[in-house]
Design a protein around this ligand. Structure first.
Ligand code: SF4
Length: 332
């Protein structure tokens, strides 16, 4: 029995949105069959003493019976319980009057809402008409019920003026209705769908001065050129720590991934329906997987030289940039 805690995060219902920045990558929505939760738990139970089960990987509480589903997630977990995070479904907040009372009941006191721009831009980035009105309406409903909204903005070269305007709206709301409203902006990672936005990734010099005070990690933000400069003599291999708590993302067709980055073929650890269970779990525990084995075969200096653009002023945190380079290598 492994003494590490296991979190199983399963895409049982899908997501109403198709965000252009989605780090997980777009996957088809499919409701998993009855009993999928027990099948998955039973596969891991002989090997782990503590298992927290989450029936959502993309949109929390997207299924209609979210109240029963939450109880079931608790019931099927083993020697621990799943957590509620500062996340909720804005799709449901504006459609279901019983939803905010449920959030309060389960102890949610803050909810993060994502922005990509004003009306047209927000709708296009979320992939649904009305998405901008929905996050604004969700903000008002949360404030009215005493839950603090936290606005998260994804900035790039295309939407930076919109994000500035959204910051101004946030300041007005703080002044007039909700002093606690939180706000931050960032560039997002460069995997999943957001990788496709690399051509319009924000340049560090394009970040408006007014946003620097609310820009996540601005103090350690680098340009791509600076990242390459730091990596050019780095002879170490990419490393991904499995750690004392293992979190696995499981797709709606039972493919298993670590939660390090997007869920694509090179990162797949195995499939719970078709692979030998014991072998799959050994791979999970020891890190004997396709991606982690390939990591031992390359060095940062080589990845930076091969896949980096030394003339680029695009903004990155070093961690995100390294993952971007490694994903390019895996897919080459
Ligand atoms: S970012 Fe979240 S809400 Fe948007 S498509 Fe991905 S999982 Fe769905």
């Amino acid at each position: 029995m492994n003494d590490r805690k296991l979190n199983l995060v399963v895409d049982m219902y899908g997501c109403p949105n198709r965000c252009m920045h989605c780090w997980l990558g777009h996957m088809p929505n499919r409701k998993m069959e009855e009993g999928a939760d027990l099948f998955i738990i039973r596969a891991f139970s002989p090997y782990f003493d503590q298992i927290a089960y989450y029936s959502w990987l993309r949109e929390p509480d997207y299924c209609d019976d979210y109240r029963e589903r939450w109880k079931r997630d608790i019931a099927v977990s083993k020697n621990t319980v799943p957590e509620r995070f500062e996340l909720a479904s804005f799709y449901r907040i504006v459609r279901d009057e019983k939803y905010i009372p449920f959030l309060k009941e389960v102890g949610v006191s803050k909810v993060q809402l994502s922005f990509f721009g004003l009306k047209e831009t927000q709708d296009r980035y979320v992939g649904r008409k009305g998405a901008f009105e929905e996050v604004m309406q969700a903000t008002e409903l949360l404030i009215r019920e005493g839950i603090t909204p936290r606005w998260q903005c994804f900035i790039n070269e295309e939407n930076r003026d919109d994000i500035l305007k959204i910051y101004k709206i946030a300041k007005e709301i703080r002044q007039n209705r909700c002093p606690a409203l939180e706000f931050f902006a960032h560039e997002g990672s460069c995997d999943g769908e957001n990788r496709k936005l690399y051509p319009i990734r924000i340049r560090k010099s394009s970040i408006p001065d007014e946003l620097k005070e609310v820009y996540l990690g601005y103090g350690s933000l680098l340009t791509e050129r600076e990242c390459i400069e730091k990596l050019k003599n780095d002879n170490s291999h990419p490393e991904f720590l499995i750690g004392n708590e293992i979190t696995l993302n499981i797709s709606n067709c039972y493919d298993v991934f670590y939660n390090f980055t997007h869920m694509t073929e090179p990162w797949k650890i195995g499939n719970l329906k078709t692979d030998n269970n014991e072998e799959l779990i050994q791979r999970v525990i020891t890190g004997d997987t396709n991606a982690l084995n390939k990591a031992k075969l390359c060095k940062w200096t080589e990845l930076a030289a091969k896949y980096g653009d030394p003339s680029s002023e695009r903004a990155f945190s070093m961690d995100d940039y390294q993952l971007y380079l490694f994903n390019r290598y895996l897919e080459s």
